[in-house]
Each structure stands twice: as structure tokens, then as C-alpha cells.
Design a protein around this ligand. Structure first.
Ligand code: DGJ
Length: 746
């Protein structure tokens, strides 16, 4: 997969879908040459042209060669303020205040498989699944060295990159920026796609023209955030869901990040991504290194769906390929107002309905009765739960349900025993008052004693109680990132050390409790990133449980992450976030497109609702392996056209079952008949429609009884793909449909 040609200095990383080519030029400079669809051999048809570009500087060795400038050449890891004016990959401040360095090529190494990154989450691969190239660079003046790592996977259209920077000089230096990657494209004929949002409104797709100058998506919040996601794509203007070239970038990092694009004077584009350099300053004593997080560079010649198929090897452990349980969570059912009896009733009803996991959310510990107190005091509140956690767990277990529990370990309430004992454990700027958010403070996870406390206190609860699932929440962002434990020259490390500290805690806890299914959460999907997925196989996608909002939140999330990673629940109507009343069918089908559950008072269902919920659960159990472990594809997204329709298709791993979901948010007069064209079916196979749930008719419906008698009929794959399936027109808002096909003569 990786070759190096000594004569030309060309590195070629290649698999069946893409090529990534770099070149060592003049024995010194590591330049980028090509990334895109796989090519047999790179023979330099796009040779560099010798042009004298005014105001572009020459390296000292080439003073008289005015046509040679790194300012106009595509680079792999460019420096700041020396030979290139474009956005740098890294920045340093040497002991004497100099910010100049010049990294030159030294040597390379090719390894089988993919090495892990100490202390950081990263994709993994067996030796036969990937190859890794490490290119070593050394500063001309002997101050800094860099190791750039590139892994190419046999089966994935992805290059995973990271950089390690080492102080090789005799004096300390400060790294004031260290991106995970930089990449230059020879043109800027792209649209720029990013995911933006807010609390309860995560990951809407923004597609704009890539503009000249610098455009940035970033988080400065100490977390990957609801507001922007650590993801960026450059798509050719004609690229859509199913065709066209798309270059996707994402980070395996849960802290603040930055993705910059810069279209410069000659129309080329640079992309730089990694830890947000603002406020970042990592002090390196001689011989010390800094390891950047990993970045994934995904190439698709088959549109956005092609990019989304690029499944990363990131989720680990026994739950990776295991079906996720159907849960009921008491948060929107009771908020803080619960006791043993209420939980027991939820468990009883859950059992009757076919639910498999009972989750006790916030409020079970300390003296917490609202969100003002007790974070940090991870001891059960016996006045609420008279039989303790064991009692609630037992009420679930004796009915054959699993039991799950909520924590928010990275936080502390001022009103808590933990804060009273260790006020200095909270991040705070010494001479300033605290900054509050949800009345809480953030613990200083750069401190070992804080990390140990979290592992011990959470570990004690997990060790002493039969707990099958943990929801790990994070309900505010970081401000005043000052640690009482670090010297002043290391305060610029606190935000990064916080995340590294979190990773240490998660590694210790998830290794100690491998049976527990962990779900990450940050006020919904405020930390939905690949870093968290390395430790926790699923994430609560959003605090917005309204089915209409969820269609866009889940569609946006699906650009980067598969459905099995997205927690999705049916909640009550009117919806608690937006007050909307949608059908139970729409709420059910929408939630089935993620890790399915209910989050409402299930003891209050009417008999009709009970029957419908039972039927939903029964259907879900039949199609769950396909929805969770199969392949999926967006046929229609709420970001396009009238923004009124969403359709997702799922195919089981063995190709024998196909599930199609379609949603139309608002009914329209004079609407065209919607044809859904499926994809990736076997054109010659017959598929029988074994389940068909059309939207529920209303009295206003003029279509007559079951206009399309589809159930039981069979269609060849080619007809479903090329001619398509007509959606039965039903005049109602919030219409949701589901079709299940089984392949005949499998
Ligand atoms: C935010 C989460 O996203 C909710 O689901 C719930 O767990 C609350 N926190 C509890 O405080």
C-alpha cells in the first residue's frame, strides 16, 4: 500500500479507492503532490513550474533561484513566518524569542498495521489491514524535530495522520500551535461543508462556496461542542449525496479544535486542522515531545454518502458489534422528581412493552433535587432511593431488564462536599470570581489526584452495584482554564491537558469495566466526536427529542458517524423542547434510525399508545441488526430541496434485509408523487415487502383506502433502484413511512 521511489523521492500511499502522493524535493522539502482517486503510478504530469513569483521568498540555499519558493509549493507540514505566508501547521517560540524554524526531510519508515498513540484515542488496525509511513523531519538549526505519521487502510478510503514534535535543542521552547495535518489542493473549485449548531440543535449542514482568504470552523469551549463539529469537507460543486468528489476531514479529539481553509493568491487551497492554536502553548523542555491528536482524511468519488461509508476503526470492546438494548430513560419522564416506587413502575411497564434497559438519569446522588448541588458527591441519595442503587438495579434485573446510571464526573457543584473539601480542584482564574454555567464548575483534570478521585468514586459505584450501562454527561464548557498545580509557563497546556486527563480516566474506567456499555453525552451531542467514541460506543445525539428536529440532527451527524453511534429516543408530545406534536409513528421510526429508546413516562400511555409502542418494539427487534450493523445511505436529507423530506435506507450485512424510512415534515398541496430510488441492491434478486407502515391517514385524506396495496408484493432489485418505489400520498403533517424488504431465495 505504501511505496517510496528513491530516485524521484515520491511516496505513494494507495488502496483501491484512493492515492495520496508526497515528494521529497531537493532532498530537503516534503511537498504534497496528489490526493484523490487511485492512480496506478504518479509520473508527475502536474510538474511544478518554474515561475518567478514576486514577494514569495527563497530559502537561503537558493538565493539566486527566484523561481523556487516554498510560498507557492504544496506542503505537508508548513512552518510559520519563514518561507511560506500561508496558514502554518505549527508555530514555535524558541528560548530567545525566535519564531523561525525550518523542518527538513531526514528519513522515513514504513510499518505494518497502525501504531497506537500513547494517551490518545486513535483508529486501530491489524497488521494486514493497514500500513503506516512515518516521515522524520529535522529543523535546520537543530531545535525541533517532527515525525509525521500517515496510515492507509486496505479497505477504507482514509488516511489517518498525526504529528509528533520534539524539542531536540539544548533549551526549552514553546509550541504555540501544532496541527494534526495540513494539506494543499491545487485549486479552490470546492464547496465548503461544515456542521454547525447549538445546544439542542446540533449538526446542521452548512454548504457554502469555498472563499478566498481564511475561513475557520472551531471550538474554543474546551470541548468539541454543539456549536461546531470537528469535521470539514470540501466537495466539488457538482458533488451531491451519491456522486462527485468529496474530501472529508475529522479529528479524533474531544477538545477545542480549529479547521481552517485558506484560498491564497494563486487560487490554491490549504486546509489545516487540529487543536485550536488560540490560547494553546505547550512548553517543551529539551527532549520532550508533543503528540497531536489523529486526523482522518477521507476521500470519496461517490459523493457524501461515499464519505459517510468510510467507517473508521474507532469503537472498541465487546459492544462494538453488539446490538444495543432498547432503553427507557427517566429524564424526560420524571426529571429530578423520582423515587424507588416510580422507578419500579417504569421497570414494570418497560418489561411489559418489551424494553430491555432501564436508565436512571440525573439526581440520584448527594442531596441533588435540582441542578444546583451535589456534582462530585457520587454517593446515592438514600432519602430518594430507600433501597439504594441496588434496589433500583434489582427492580430492573428481576424483570430481565438491564440497569443503567447517569454520571457527570468532570464537574463539581459549589454546593458539594467535594468542593468544600477541595475548592482548588475546580478550574479557576486566581484573581477573578468563578464563571458559572448550570451552577457548576469544571474539575481540573490536569491534576492526577482529581483523575484518581474520578476513577475511584465512579469505579466504586460501578464495582458495588450491578450496573450494565453508564451515561457520562458533561453539561458546561470550560472557562478560566487555569490550574493551581501547573507553573505559569504551562498554563497554556491546561485545556489540552484537561482532555488528555479525561482520556486517562475513561481508559482506566472502561478497561476496568469492559462489560458496561458507556454512552457519552454532553447536554445531548455537545461532544459527539471520534475521540469519545474510542471509549464509549454511543453518544446521546441531542437534548432535542422532537422528531422533526431530530431528522436534521441525525442526518447531519450521519455525515460522519454511523447510526449505531447515535442515541435516539421517543419522547412525549407536546415535545419538551419545541412544543411540537408529532405522531407516535414518526417519533418511533425516527428514533429507530439510532440506538432506540423511550424517554417519557411510559406508565401514562393510553391503551392505544401501548399497543402501538409494543408493535414498534416488535418491529424494531426484527430490523435492529440491519439498522445497527448494516450499511446505511441517505436517500433524501432535510438539508436539500424543500428541506421537507428525509429518507434513509439500511441493508443488512448479508444483504438479505432492506429497511427504508421516509419522512415528510409538512403536507403540501399539489405535491409531486415522491419516488424513492433505492441503492446497492442486487439487481437480479427479488425483494419481498414483508412490512409496510404508511403514514397514518387523516379524515382529510382523499386517497381512499390503502391506495397502494404493497405488502406481500415482490420487486426485483433493479426496479427498486432504477424505476423506484412511489410513496403513497397521505395528506398529513409529520408523515412517516417504513418499508421492510426480505430478499427471496437468499
Ligand atoms: C443533559 C443530558 O443531555 C440529558 O439527557 C440529561 O441527562 C440531563 N443532562 C441531566 O442533567
Amino acid at each position: 500500500m505504501i511505496t517510496f521511489d528513491e530516485k524521484t523521492g515520491l511516496f505513494h500511499l494507495k488502496n483501491s479507492s484512493m492515492s495520496y502522493v508526497m515528494q521529497v524535493v531537493r532532498g530537503k522539502y516534503l511537498l504534497h503532490r496528489y490526493w484523490g482517486k487511485a492512480i496506478r503510478e504518479f509520473r508527475d504530469g502536474r510538474a511544478f513550474q518554474a515561475i518567478d513569483r514576486a514577494f514569495s521568498p527563497q530559502p537561503g540555499d537558493y538565493e539566486n533561484e527566484r523561481t523556487f519558493s516554498l510560498d507557492v509549493l504544496p506542503q505537508e507540514y508548513p512552518a510559520y513566518g519563514h518561507l511560506d505566508y500561508r496558514t502554518p501547521a505549527y508555530e514555535v517560540r524558541l528560548a530567545d524569542g525566535t519564531t523561525t524554524t525550518e523542518l527538513r526531510y531526514e528519513c522515513y519508515e514504513i510499518k505494518k498495521g497502525k501504531p497506537s498513540l500513547a494517551g490518545l484515542p486513535a483508529a486501530y488496525a491489524e497488521d494486514h489491514e493497514a500500513e503506516t509511513l512515518v516521515i522524520k523531519l529535522k529543523d535546520l538549526a537543530g531545535k525541533l524535530a517532527a515525525e509525521l505519521s500517515y496510515t492507509i487502510f486496505a479497505e477504507l478510503p482514509i488516511v489517518a495522520r498525526n504529528a509528533k514534535l520534539t524539542n531536540i535543542g539544548g533549551e526549552a521552547l514553546d509550541l504555540t500551535g501544532a496541527a494534526s495535518f495540513a494539506l494543499d489542493f491545487s485549486d479552490h473549485d470546492f464547496d465548503r461543508l461544515s456542521l454547525y449548531g447549538g445546544h439542542a440543535a446540533e449538526r446542521s449542514l452548512e454548504r457554502v462556496r469555498l472563499m478566498r482568504g481564511i475561513q475557520e470552523n472551531s471550538s474554543r469551549r474546551g470541548a468539541s461542542s454543539h456549536q461546531q463539529s470537528p469535521f470539514l469537507a470540501l466537495a466539488r460543486k457538482d458533488a451531491g449525496e451519491n456522486s462527485g468528489e468529496v474530501y472529508g476531514f475529522s479529528l479524533v479529539w474531544s477538545g477545542e479544535f480549529s479547521f481552517k481553509t485558506e484560498v491564497e493568491q494563486f487560487g490554491t487551497t490549504r486546509v489545516v486542522g487540529g487543536i485550536n492554536p488560540q490560547g494553546f502553548c505547550w512548553h517543551l523542555e529539551p527532549k520532550e515531545s508533543f503528540q497531536t491528536p489523529e486526523a482522518w482524511l477521507a476521500y470519496s468519488s461517490e459523493g457524501l454518502n461515499g464519505m459517510s461509508q468510510a467507517r473508521h476503526h474507532i469503537v472498541r470492546g465487546k459492544h462494538r458489534d453488539a446490538l444495543r438494548p432498547i432503553l427507557v430513560n427517566n429524564w424526560e419522564a420524571t426529571y429530578f422528581d423520582f423515587d424507588d416506587e416510580k422507578m419500579d413502575k417504569l421497570a414494570e411497564t418497560a418489561k411489559e412493552l418489551g424494553i430491555e434497559l432501564l436508565v436512571l438519569d440525573d439526581g440520584w446522588f448527594g442531596k441533588r433535587k435540582d441542578d444546583n448541588s451535589s456534582l462530585g458527591d457520587w454517593q446515592v441519595n438514600m432519602s430518594k432511593l430507600k433501597k439504594g442503587l441496588k434496589g433500583v438495579a434489582e427492580s430492573a434485573h428481576k424483570r430481565g431488564l438491564k440497569f443503567g446510571l447517569w454520571f457527570e464526573p468532570e464537574m463539581v457543584s459549589e454546593d458539594s462536599d467535594l468542593y468544600r473539601a477541595h475548592p482548588d480542584w475546580a478550574l479557576q482564574a486566581p484573581a477573578y470570581p468563578h464563571t458559572y454555567s448550570r451552577h457548576q464548575l469544571v474539575l481540573d483534570l490536569s491534576r492526577q489526584e482529581v483523575r484518581d478521585y474520578l476513577v475511584e468514586s465512579v469505579g466504586k459505584i460501578l464495582g458495588e452495584n450491578p450496573i450494565d450501562y453508564v451515561k457520562w454527561d458533561f453539561n458546561r464548557h470550560i472557562t478560566d482554564a487555569f490550574s493551581g498545580k501547573l507553573p505559569s509557563e504551562r498554563q497554556g497546556e491546561v485545556r489540552t491537558r484537561f482532555v488528555l486527563g479525561l482520556y486517562e480516566v475513561l481508559e482506566r474506567l472502561t478497561q476496568a469495566f469492559p462489560e458496561v456499555l458507556f454512552e457519552s453525552c454532553s447536554g445531548g451531542g455537545g461532544r459527539f466526536d471520534a475521540g469519545m467514541l474510542y471509549y464509549m460506543p454511543q453518544t446521546w445525539t441531542s437534548d432535542d427529542t422532537d422528531a422533526v428536529q431530530r431528522l436534521s440532527i441525525q442526518s447531519g451527524t450521519s455525515l460522519v458517524f454511523p447510526p449505531i453511534t447515535m442515541g435516539a429516543h421517543v419522547s412525549v408530545v407536546p415535545n419538551h423542547q419545541v412544543g411540537r406534536v408529532t405522531s407516535l409513528q414518526m417519533r418511533g421510526l425516527c428514533a429507530m434510525m439510532g440506538d432506540f429508546g423511550y424517554e417519557l413516562d411510559i406508565t401514562k400511555f393510553t391503551e392505544e399508545e401501548r399497543q402501538e409502542v409494543k408493535a414498534q418494539i416488535e418491529l424494531y427487534k426484527k430490523i435492529r441488526p440491519t439498522l445497527q450493523l448494516g450499511s446505511f445511505r441517505r436517500l433524501l436529507t432535510p438539508f436539500e430541496g424543500t428541506k421537507n423530506e428525509t429518507a434513509w435506507q439500511f441493508i443488512s450485512r448479508d444483504g438479505s434485509q432492506v429497511v427504508l424510512m421516509y419522512f415528510k415534515t409538512l403536507a403540501e398541496p399539489a405535491a409531486p408523487i415522491r419516488l424513492l430510488k433505492l441503492a446497492e441492491l442486487d439487481p437480479e434478486a427479488e425483494y419481498e415487502l414483508t412490512e409496510y407502515l404508511p403514514a397514518k391517514r387523516t379524515s382529510m385524506d382523499f386517497g381512499g383506502e390503502a391506495a397502494l396495496q404493497l405488502k406481500g408484493r415482490s420487486f426485483y432489485g433493479d426496479e427498486l433502484m432504477y424505476s423506484g418505489l412511489a410513496v403513497e400520498k397521505i395528506d398529513t403533517d409529520f408523515a412517516a413511512y417504513c418499508w421492510v424488504f426480505e430478499k427471496k431465495n437468499k
